[in-house]
Design a binder for this molecule. Structure first.
Ligand code: 1CP
Length: 340
């Protein structure tokens, strides 16, 4: 059956739908009471492994708000299941035995690893069924470096000490790790597309860990390979490279259909850097949802206006929504963007 709301996919192709489409990074999650209700019954890991519950929480923000796209409920770190590396969420992720040496990398079972993520592909099928063609479904993964950083650091990090030490002192080992992870991610996104996702987003949440010149040398080639490979799957590819103020020119070198812009830069200035022929997504500060409805409307209008400078624009926050957000303000934002 054909999708009923195609505004998001039209914007990804550079067409101008009747209104600016909007979805929200982390739109399924802890700010929604109905999500917290599900989470009270199961752990985060159990939730990610249950296709039925993934479909239920993916649908929650679609049922509540007039959003123009759904995003698969999962996490960028479930890929570690594929290589037998356990990760716990408390709720921040913890990898008990970080991978930092060539021996440790080579001991991991990389061959046909993405076959072990069948529960995610089943979740995609369950989400598609639950959405019943109301809106498109976005699949996703972490970018090679963001993904690798959790494996190397053993969790989130502020300074990325181990990741950058390996990149600077053992560049061949760092490249070998990112190469293997990239191959796994290419297969993993292929599995998501085969299961039915309508678009893909790659999250480079920690790009700004590296200085721009080091990012170009040590990180960008792997992200570029991932983007080029997954573009062949035939669905639009969005890259959200957080740290735009410093890495926007690097982002512009990617062959992605859509470039995600974080909230650290004015959208019109970002468009001037990446080029007016590009399609952009973003970029309201998530904390702006703590402002009054009038202020939210004004900020939304300004971003929609700036978005008209680009070939296409999908409205989003400039990073994930805060868990303390009032859902009523999300309803207000969607309204404001659609009527701008
Ligand atoms: O207790 C809970 O319910 C767990 C909180 C939670 C949630 C709701 C985590 C743990 N992950 C998620 C879901 C999630 N994560 C989605 C779902 C779809 C949606 O957007 O609605 C997505 C796309 C992600 C992606 C993700 N996970 C990123 C990239 C996006 C970003 O925010 O930069 C990253 C960095 C992660 C790692 C992760 N997983 C969970 C947490 C708390 C974190 C961040 C840890 C850190 O700060 O290092």
């Amino acid at each position: 059956m054909a999708l009923r709301n195609t505004s998001f996919l039209q914007a990804c192709r550079g067409e101008r739908p009747a209104h600016t489409p909007i979805w929200v990074m982390r739109q399924a999650g802890r700010y929604l009471p109905e999500y917290r209700e599900v989470r009270a019954r199961v752990t985060f890991e159990e939730l990610c492994r249950s296709p039925e519950l993934c479909a239920e929480v993916t649908r929650q923000p679609i049922d509540r708000f007039g959003l123009d796209a759904a995003i698969l409920f999962s996490d960028i770190l479930v890929v570690f299941d594929a290589i037998g590396v356990p990760v716990r969420f408390n709720p921040a992720p913890v990898v008990a035995e970080p991978i930092r040496t060539r021996t440790a990398v080579e001991a991991l079972p990389w061959g046909r690893a993405a076959d072990h993520l069948d529960y995610v592909y089943q979740a995609v099928r369950a989400c598609k069924a639950a959405l019943a063609d109301r809106v498109p479904l976005i699949g996703f993964c972490g970018a090679p470096m963001t993904t690798a950083s959790y494996l190397i650091e053993g969790g989130g990090s502020r300074e990325f000490e181990h990741t950058k030490t390996i990149a600077f002192r053992e560049p061949a080992l760092f490249a070998a790790m990112l190469e293997r992870i990239t191959t796994l991610l290419i297969e993993y996104l292929g599995g998501q597309v085969a299961a039915g996702v309508d678009a893909l987003q790659i999250f480079e949440s920690w790009g700004a860990a590296f200085a721009p010149d080091d990012y170009r040398v040590h990180v960008l080639p792997h992200l570029r390979r991932l983007v080029s490979a997954v573009k062949a799957y035939g669905v639009p590819v969005i890259v959200f490279l957080r740290g735009n103020a410093s890495l926007l020119r690097q982002a512009a070198e990617l062959d992605a259909d859509v470039l995600g812009i974080d909230w650290s830069i004015e959208l019109d200035r970002a468009i001037d850097v990446v080029g007016r022929d590009r399609i952009v997504q973003g970029n309201l500060d998530p904390m702006a949802l703590f402002a009054t409805p009038e202020v939210i409307s004004a900020k939304a209008r300004a971003i929609v206006e700036a978005g008209r400078l680009a070939r296409g624009h999908i409205f989003n926050l400039g990073h994930g929504i805060s868990r303390h957000t009032d859902p009523g303000m999300v309803a207000h934002l969607v309204e404001a963007v659609h009527s701008a």
